[in-house]
Ligand binder design. Structure first.
Ligand SMILES: *Cc1c(COP(=O)(O)O)cnc(C)c1O
Length: 403
């Protein structure tokens, strides 16, 4: 069986985790701090805070920014449920918009139509690792008319004086736009280091900050470290220093710090990340080269003049198939011992969001993309031979179902 996206666990990872285990310090400590620094360097952002998942990182950000009851956050209808779930938990309303026709990213003109005086943030999602249109989004939220209807409800929001641009960068670690890396493209970006993602720490995530100059990013870093650890003014490592046991809690915080065991995996992953991206790129091109001769294939966008994907998911689409035919093709592909997937079921198809009144027919582009999409395996250890097996299995399965 060719798996869909196994993590790359080898002797190097095992040795580094073992070293962390034997160091006497297994929770947040020197390895986590080093990992944060290296992510800041790699992404070219102003500061980075490591957390235990994308989800908790984003939850903390919404709380910190004071987003809650009565507020709206704009997201694409086509994303993983986590993007919307955190908004629901904050008390705000997720306002969904449809996608572009040429790629899987949210449509900026639809975003414009969705903005109201209650809009506090836009959360763009880099589906499959191909960055959203941050340049257009940034321009949009800085337009005088849009800016003047913005109503800040606390000091942070008033300091920014406009809608906050968030990035769900769960897929896009290492992606580029106009020469800048994901993590430095929006005001705040959240990465996921879940086991299936491009860079993993088993579970984990990171928040990258790139707010305007007048924000004190060192102060933000210190504040975040407190917010992700119960609100405690000192972390466990600081408390081990002589006579340094006493701490205070000014506001109740969250609990979502990264451990040094996770950071140990992440440090190895990051060190060889270039290798990982290069291999993923080869696999993408191998798929693209093969399927360009198949008239039924719609290939995903992953490289353009201004953008380069992180090559996270290869989202192949099959022309003129219904959702049921797509499902039948997937069933056939599995018969060849090849694992494939679908990314994603648009949010309005999920019970939780149906119940909240979202309707699939309001997002025709998202539905069309979902209905004929099949995600193919992409990972460092996938060999050319295996890629060819996948291509063969897809072609035979399409032929079998579609004739
Ligand atoms: C994986 C994923 C998340 C959630 O990441 P966790 O680290 O599991 O919390 C959020 N958004 C998207 C688009 C994802 O694919």
């Amino acid at each position: 069986m060719i798996p869909f996206s196994p993590p790359r666990i080898d002797d190097k990872v095992i040795a580094e985790v073992t070293a962390a285990l034997q160091s006497g310090w297994i929770t947040t400590g020197p390895r986590t701090k080093l990992f944060e620094k290296k992510i800041t360097e790699y992404c070219g952002c102003k500061t980075t805070v490591a957390v235990n998942s994308w989800t908790m990182g984003m939850q903390v950000i919404l709380d910190w920014w004071g987003i809650g009851e009565g507020d709206e956050v704009i997201i694409p209808a086509y994303t993983y449920c986590a993007s919307a779930n955190v908004i629901v938990h904050s008390g705000a309303k997720p306002v969904m918009v449809d996608l572009n026709s040429e790629d899987f990213n949210l449509n900026v003109e639809k975003v414009r139509e969705a903005i109201t005086p209650r809009t506090k943030a836009i959360m763009a999602v880099d589906i499959s690792g191909f960055p959203a249109d941050y340049d257009l989004l940034m321009k949009l939220i800085n337009e005088p008319e849009i800016k003047s209807q913005f109503q800040g409800s606390n000091d942070l929001q008033n300091q920014l004086g406009r809608i906050l641009l968030l990035s769900d960068s769960a897929h896009s670690f290492g992606a580029l736009m106009n020469g800048k890396r994901s993590g430095s493209l929006a005001d705040i970006s959240s990465f996921s280091f879940h086991a299936v993602k491009n860079l993993t720490t088993a579970e984990g995530g990171a928040l990258c900050f790139q707010l305007p100059e007048d924000f004190d990013h060192e102060a933000i870093y210190r504040n975040m470290c407190i917010k992700i650890l119960h609100g405690q003014s000192k972390d466990a490592l600081a408390k081990t220093q002589k006579g340094n046991w006493k701490y205070d809690v000014e506001e109740p915080g969250f609990k979502c710090n990264m451990t040094d065991l996770q950071a140990a995996i992440g440090l190895v992953e990051l060190e060889r990340y270039g290798e990982n991206l290069a291999r993923r790129k080869e696999i993408f091109h191998r798929y693209a080269n093969a399927f360009k001769s198949d008239s039924w294939a719609i290939e995903p966008a992953f490289e353009s003049e201004s953008k380069t994907s992180s090559y996270h998911l290869y989202l192949l689409r099959i022309k003129d198939v219904t959702e049921e035919q797509r499902d039948a093709i997937i069933q056939e592909i599995f018969e060849y011992d090849v694992s494939v997937n679908v990314h994603f079921q648009p949010l309005p198809l999920l019970t939780a969001y149906k119940k909240r009144g979202y309707k699939m027919e309001d997002y025709p582009e998202a539905y069309a993309k979902y209905a004929n999409e099949i995600s193919l395996p992409v990972y460092f250890d996938l060999t050319d031979e295996q890629v060819d097996t996948v291509i063969d299995a897809v072609r035979k399965s399409v032929k079998k179902v579609m004739g």
